[in-house]
Design a protein around this ligand. Sequence first.
Ligand SMILES: [Zn+2]
Length: 238
Amino acid sequence: MTFGLTVLGTATPYPRPGNPCSGYLLRTDRTTVWVDAGPGTLAALQHHHRPDRLDAVWISHTHADHTADLLPYYYALLFADQHPRGPVPLFGPPGLADRLETFLAGATPNPASTAFHVHELHDGHRAEVGDLTLTSHAVHHGLPAFGLRATHDDAVFAYSGDTGPCPALRALADGADLFLCEADGEGPHHCAPEDAATAARGADRLLLTHVGHTLTHAEAAERATAPVARPGDTVTIR
Ligand SMILES: [Zn+2]
Protein backbone atom coordinates (compact mmCIF):
# COMPACT_ATOMS: atom_id res chain seq x y z
CA MET A 1 0.00 0.00 0.00
CA THR A 2 1.37 3.39 -0.84
CA PHE A 3 -1.49 5.66 0.26
CA GLY A 4 -4.68 4.22 1.72
CA LEU A 5 -7.66 4.83 3.93
CA THR A 6 -8.84 2.28 6.49
CA VAL A 7 -12.39 2.75 7.70
CA LEU A 8 -12.68 2.19 11.47
CA GLY A 9 -16.27 3.32 11.84
CA THR A 10 -18.93 5.46 10.22
CA ALA A 11 -21.95 5.45 12.58
CA THR A 12 -23.86 8.57 13.61
CA PRO A 13 -24.57 9.76 16.23
CA TYR A 14 -23.88 6.72 18.40
CA PRO A 15 -21.90 3.52 17.79
CA ARG A 16 -23.73 0.40 16.61
CA PRO A 17 -22.77 -3.26 16.94
CA GLY A 18 -19.91 -3.77 14.48
CA ASN A 19 -19.78 -0.09 13.54
CA PRO A 20 -18.03 2.52 15.72
CA CYS A 21 -18.70 6.22 15.12
CA SER A 22 -16.50 8.29 12.80
CA GLY A 23 -12.88 7.21 12.60
CA TYR A 24 -10.35 6.41 9.89
CA LEU A 25 -6.68 5.60 9.50
CA LEU A 26 -4.82 7.44 6.79
CA ARG A 27 -1.76 5.38 5.93
CA THR A 28 1.33 5.39 3.80
CA ASP A 29 4.21 2.93 4.13
CA ARG A 30 5.82 5.30 6.67
CA THR A 31 3.04 7.32 8.25
CA THR A 32 -0.25 6.61 10.04
CA VAL A 33 -2.73 9.28 11.13
CA TRP A 34 -5.93 8.62 13.08
CA VAL A 35 -8.60 10.87 11.58
CA ASP A 36 -11.49 11.45 14.01
CA ALA A 37 -11.74 9.46 17.24
CA GLY A 38 -15.38 8.50 17.50
CA PRO A 39 -16.48 6.02 20.18
CA GLY A 40 -15.38 2.50 19.30
CA THR A 41 -12.58 3.52 16.96
CA LEU A 42 -9.71 3.07 19.45
CA ALA A 43 -10.56 -0.63 19.67
CA ALA A 44 -10.99 -0.95 15.91
CA LEU A 45 -7.69 0.73 15.08
CA GLN A 46 -5.81 -1.90 17.11
CA HIS A 47 -6.66 -4.41 14.36
CA HIS A 48 -4.39 -2.34 12.12
CA HIS A 49 -1.87 -0.34 14.15
CA ARG A 50 -0.35 0.16 17.61
CA PRO A 51 -1.99 3.14 19.33
CA ASP A 52 1.39 4.34 20.67
CA ARG A 53 2.90 4.36 17.18
CA LEU A 54 0.46 6.75 15.55
CA ASP A 55 2.22 9.70 13.96
CA ALA A 56 -0.67 12.08 14.69
CA VAL A 57 -4.36 12.36 15.45
CA TRP A 58 -6.52 14.80 13.47
CA ILE A 59 -9.96 15.82 14.77
CA SER A 60 -12.57 17.54 12.59
CA HIS A 61 -14.73 19.04 15.39
CA THR A 62 -15.56 18.53 19.06
CA HIS A 63 -18.85 16.60 18.84
CA ALA A 64 -18.68 13.37 20.84
CA ASP A 65 -19.19 11.08 17.83
CA HIS A 66 -15.81 12.36 16.54
CA THR A 67 -13.83 12.79 19.77
CA ALA A 68 -14.98 10.51 22.59
CA ASP A 69 -12.20 7.93 22.20
CA LEU A 70 -9.57 10.57 22.93
CA LEU A 71 -10.49 9.96 26.59
CA PRO A 72 -9.52 6.25 26.77
CA TYR A 73 -6.61 6.99 24.40
CA TYR A 74 -5.23 9.32 27.08
CA TYR A 75 -5.36 6.45 29.57
CA ALA A 76 -3.78 4.06 27.10
CA LEU A 77 -0.86 6.40 26.42
CA LEU A 78 -0.11 7.30 30.04
CA PHE A 79 -1.27 4.50 32.32
CA ALA A 80 -1.07 1.20 30.48
CA ASP A 81 1.13 -1.01 28.35
CA GLN A 82 1.56 1.54 25.59
CA HIS A 83 4.95 3.26 25.23
CA PRO A 84 4.69 6.41 23.12
CA ARG A 85 7.98 8.06 22.21
CA GLY A 86 6.52 11.37 23.40
CA PRO A 87 3.28 13.35 23.35
CA VAL A 88 1.25 12.38 20.29
CA PRO A 89 0.63 15.35 17.94
CA LEU A 90 -3.08 16.13 18.15
CA PHE A 91 -4.56 18.49 15.56
CA GLY A 92 -8.02 19.77 16.40
CA PRO A 93 -10.35 22.75 16.53
CA PRO A 94 -9.83 25.61 18.98
CA GLY A 95 -11.05 24.59 22.42
CA LEU A 96 -10.28 20.88 22.12
CA ALA A 97 -7.52 21.00 24.75
CA ASP A 98 -9.85 22.80 27.18
CA ARG A 99 -12.53 20.17 26.61
CA LEU A 100 -10.11 17.36 27.43
CA GLU A 101 -8.88 19.13 30.54
CA THR A 102 -12.43 19.81 31.70
CA PHE A 103 -13.61 16.28 31.14
CA LEU A 104 -10.55 14.82 32.84
CA ALA A 105 -10.74 17.46 35.58
CA GLY A 106 -8.11 16.94 38.22
CA ALA A 107 -6.30 14.38 36.11
CA THR A 108 -2.60 14.42 36.64
CA PRO A 109 -0.64 14.76 34.55
CA ASN A 110 -2.58 17.21 32.43
CA PRO A 111 -3.77 15.46 29.26
CA ALA A 112 -3.33 18.43 26.98
CA SER A 113 0.38 18.69 27.69
CA THR A 114 1.47 15.14 28.45
CA ALA A 115 -0.32 12.53 26.38
CA PHE A 116 -0.84 14.96 23.54
CA HIS A 117 0.90 17.85 21.88
CA VAL A 118 -2.14 19.90 20.83
CA HIS A 119 -2.08 22.03 17.69
CA GLU A 120 -5.14 24.23 17.17
CA LEU A 121 -6.48 24.27 13.63
CA HIS A 122 -7.49 27.33 11.64
CA ASP A 123 -8.69 27.70 8.06
CA GLY A 124 -5.73 26.89 5.83
CA HIS A 125 -3.72 25.26 8.65
CA ARG A 126 -1.00 23.11 7.15
CA ALA A 127 1.11 20.43 8.83
CA GLU A 128 3.74 18.00 7.64
CA VAL A 129 3.32 14.60 9.32
CA GLY A 130 5.84 12.05 8.06
CA ASP A 131 5.35 11.84 4.32
CA LEU A 132 1.86 13.39 4.46
CA THR A 133 0.86 17.02 4.18
CA LEU A 134 -2.36 17.79 6.07
CA THR A 135 -4.28 20.93 5.18
CA SER A 136 -7.40 21.86 7.16
CA HIS A 137 -10.28 23.86 5.69
CA ALA A 138 -13.04 25.49 7.76
CA VAL A 139 -16.46 24.01 6.88
CA HIS A 140 -20.04 24.77 7.90
CA HIS A 141 -21.29 22.74 10.89
CA GLY A 142 -22.57 25.34 13.35
CA LEU A 143 -19.39 25.28 15.46
CA PRO A 144 -15.68 25.36 14.60
CA ALA A 145 -15.32 22.43 12.19
CA PHE A 146 -12.80 21.43 9.56
CA GLY A 147 -12.44 19.27 6.50
CA LEU A 148 -9.11 17.68 5.67
CA ARG A 149 -7.08 17.57 2.51
CA ALA A 150 -4.13 15.17 2.76
CA THR A 151 -1.48 14.83 0.08
CA HIS A 152 1.17 12.16 -0.41
CA ASP A 153 3.46 12.82 -3.38
CA ASP A 154 0.88 14.02 -5.89
CA ALA A 155 -2.03 11.88 -4.60
CA VAL A 156 -4.83 13.72 -2.79
CA PHE A 157 -7.34 12.53 -0.19
CA ALA A 158 -10.17 14.80 0.97
CA TYR A 159 -12.54 14.36 3.95
CA SER A 160 -15.57 16.52 4.68
CA GLY A 161 -15.68 16.09 8.45
CA ASP A 162 -19.27 17.05 9.33
CA THR A 163 -20.63 19.93 7.28
CA GLY A 164 -23.53 21.27 5.34
CA PRO A 165 -23.09 22.12 1.68
CA CYS A 166 -20.73 25.11 1.38
CA PRO A 167 -18.19 26.53 -1.08
CA ALA A 168 -15.36 25.22 1.11
CA LEU A 169 -16.62 21.68 0.60
CA ARG A 170 -16.41 22.00 -3.18
CA ALA A 171 -12.91 23.43 -2.90
CA LEU A 172 -11.91 20.64 -0.54
CA ALA A 173 -12.98 17.93 -2.98
CA ASP A 174 -11.66 19.57 -6.12
CA GLY A 175 -8.96 17.42 -7.73
CA ALA A 176 -9.02 14.76 -5.00
CA ASP A 177 -8.32 11.15 -5.96
CA LEU A 178 -10.71 10.07 -3.20
CA PHE A 179 -13.30 12.28 -1.49
CA LEU A 180 -14.83 10.89 1.71
CA CYS A 181 -18.02 12.82 2.42
CA GLU A 182 -20.63 12.64 5.14
CA ALA A 183 -24.29 12.05 4.28
CA ASP A 184 -25.87 12.51 7.69
CA GLY A 185 -28.93 14.39 6.49
CA GLU A 186 -30.32 17.60 5.07
CA GLY A 187 -28.65 20.99 5.56
CA PRO A 188 -27.73 23.40 6.90
CA HIS A 189 -25.27 21.48 9.07
CA HIS A 190 -25.11 18.14 7.24
CA CYS A 191 -25.11 16.87 3.67
CA ALA A 192 -27.77 14.82 1.94
CA PRO A 193 -26.36 12.20 -0.47
CA GLU A 194 -27.10 14.55 -3.37
CA ASP A 195 -25.10 17.32 -1.68
CA ALA A 196 -22.13 14.96 -1.37
CA ALA A 197 -22.45 14.06 -5.05
CA THR A 198 -22.57 17.73 -6.05
CA ALA A 199 -19.53 18.58 -3.94
CA ALA A 200 -17.67 15.61 -5.45
CA ARG A 201 -17.95 16.77 -9.06
CA GLY A 202 -14.31 17.86 -9.13
CA ALA A 203 -13.07 14.66 -7.45
CA ASP A 204 -12.09 11.40 -9.06
CA ARG A 205 -14.07 9.15 -6.65
CA LEU A 206 -16.65 9.72 -3.94
CA LEU A 207 -17.05 7.50 -0.89
CA LEU A 208 -20.02 8.24 1.38
CA THR A 209 -19.81 7.92 5.14
CA HIS A 210 -21.67 8.88 8.36
CA VAL A 211 -25.04 8.09 6.74
CA GLY A 212 -27.89 9.41 8.91
CA HIS A 213 -30.47 7.20 10.60
CA THR A 214 -33.27 8.19 8.23
CA LEU A 215 -31.53 6.48 5.30
CA THR A 216 -30.39 2.95 4.58
CA HIS A 217 -26.88 2.68 3.15
CA ALA A 218 -28.41 1.33 -0.07
CA GLU A 219 -30.68 4.38 -0.41
CA ALA A 220 -27.78 6.76 0.25
CA ALA A 221 -25.60 4.97 -2.32
CA GLU A 222 -28.34 5.14 -4.94
CA ARG A 223 -29.06 8.82 -4.33
CA ALA A 224 -25.36 9.80 -4.55
CA THR A 225 -24.41 7.19 -7.18
CA ALA A 226 -21.46 6.29 -4.96
CA PRO A 227 -20.51 3.51 -2.53
CA VAL A 228 -20.82 3.78 1.25
CA ALA A 229 -17.73 3.19 3.42
CA ARG A 230 -17.84 -0.06 5.40
CA PRO A 231 -16.01 -0.52 8.72
CA GLY A 232 -12.88 -2.61 8.27
CA ASP A 233 -12.44 -1.75 4.60
CA THR A 234 -9.15 -0.41 3.32
CA VAL A 235 -9.38 1.69 0.19
CA THR A 236 -6.41 2.64 -1.98
CA ILE A 237 -6.40 6.40 -2.53
CA ARG A 238 -4.19 6.07 -5.57
ZN1 LIG B 1 -20.89 13.50 13.30
